[in-house]
Design a protein around this ligand. Structure first.
Ligand SMILES: [Fe+2]
Length: 377
């Protein structure tokens, strides 16, 4: 991963100058294509390379987007994939590469098998938002019939990332806020995950510290140095997550995003606050390592003048309340809402959480998340 102070045009010219392959697929989002004119720079590069440009118009990384991309590039047969965009573009590009040796007719079968997928494509990821660290992980989120799956690729040295901090200025403040909250939650989950080593935890603490230090400068888009440091920290968290994976807050968030279109970072932070509070309130039941981790996380928030993680969330989530209105009215009308929500949580991911939770306790934590929203009124 490298951080560049150049703009996207200059980075693409430099990057393509270093690529030897001829068939290069460039993937971006419809939103970015409307804000950024790729045609001029790509045309200038076409004398040296065969370039196919595809703009993706999906809100979520779903299997249909990957199938469409596969159909669109059937004749072109790319050797290199350059993906420029937010989380959805990253995930669709990764899934496209991971599934490139699989016939479309076998996609669902391969997804169910949960095997590590090898591929021959070179993948270069250029994120426009910094939060998920998707450019650093070998996991890709893929929705099939509204249900979230996780694909794992063995891309190793075939996978590179380029960070251009100023690209985040092309996103809205809400998009940067959602991504920023996602990064903070991911750093916390990486530190807490039972799959993490002592080194993973130490790195996660360090990056959480960096994220909080540069959070406002990144979200407000007011400080390019802060944006650059935030981009690097969120990408580092992505690397740590290759081994720690996500835990309970992420597992509980996907239902909100797929059912109510709540941006990923907002959905995760709504649940993260309550899961963390549950750990903090049950410190005596945690084994020593996890207890120290919870207290160390609390210390990092204090260092940055936030009395607690929940306090931090309150400040930044209150302004995003409108995104939750549909979910809140769903919860009011449907007596079974929280039970359906709990039922949609992947139990596998709950096992990464540092405390075994009974079903009734998960239900209580989800109610507490709704309580946080109500406290904004
Ligand atoms: Fe995330």
């Amino acid at each position: 991963m490298s951080v560049s102070s150049l703009g996207l045009n200059e980075v693409l010219v430099k990057l393509f100058g270093e690529l030897h392959s001829e068939n290069i697929l460039v993937i971006s989002s419809k939103g970015l294509t409307e804000r950024f004119d790729f045609s001029e720079v790509l045309n200038s590069l076409r004398s040296e390379h065969q370039i196919e440009f595809v703009s993706i118009n999906s809100k979520l990384p779903d299997i249909e987007a990957v199938e469409r991309l596969r159909a669109q590039t059937r004749e072109f047969l790319p050797q290199i994939v350059v993906a420029i965009g937010g989380g959805t573009v990253m995930d669709v590009a990764k899934s496209f590469c991971f599934l490139s040796n699989t016939p479309i007719s076998r996609y669902r079968e391969v997804l169910a098998s949960k095997t590590i997928l090898s591929h021959n494509l070179q993948l270069i990821l250029i994120p426009t938002l910094f939060g998920s660290g998707a450019e650093s992980t070998r996991h890709a989120v893929l929705y099939v019939d509204g249900v979230k799956h996780s694909l794992v690729g063995s891309h190793g040295d075939k996978h590179g990332a380029l960070l251009i901090p100023e690209l985040a200025l092309s996103a809205t403040r809400d998009q940067r806020l959602s991504a920023g909250l996602d990064a903070v939650c991911q750093a916390i989950e990486a530190a807490l995950s039972v799959l993490g080593s002592v080194e993973d935890k130490e790195l996660a603490f360090k990056q959480l510290d960096n994220l909080l230090e540069n959070f406002e400068g990144y979200v407000e888009g007011s400080d390019l140095k802060a944006m650059s440091r935030f981009a690097k920290a969120s990408s580092e968290v992505g690397y740590i997550m290759n081994s720690t994976k996500t835990t309970a807050p992420h597992a509980a968030s996907y239902f909100l995003t797929s059912t109510y279109n709540i941006p990923h970072g907002f959905a995760v932070s709504l649940t993260a606050g309550s899961f963390f509070a549950n750990l903090f309130n049950n410190l005596s039941q945690l084994e020593e390592g996890s207890r120290k981790t919870v207290l160390a996380i609390q210390e990092i928030f204090l260092k940055h003048n936030y009395p607690s993680f929940e306090f931090f969330l309150r400040i930044f989530l209150e302004g995003a309340r409108d995104y939750f209105l549909q979910m809140e009215s769903g919860a009011e009308k449907d007596g079974q809402f929280v039970e359906s929500w709990r039922g949609a949580i992947d139990p596998d991911r709950l096992t990464n959480h540092p405390r075994i939770l009974e079903k009734s306790e998960v239900t209580e934590i989800l109610w507490n998340s709704i309580g946080l929203l109500k406290s904004f009124q």
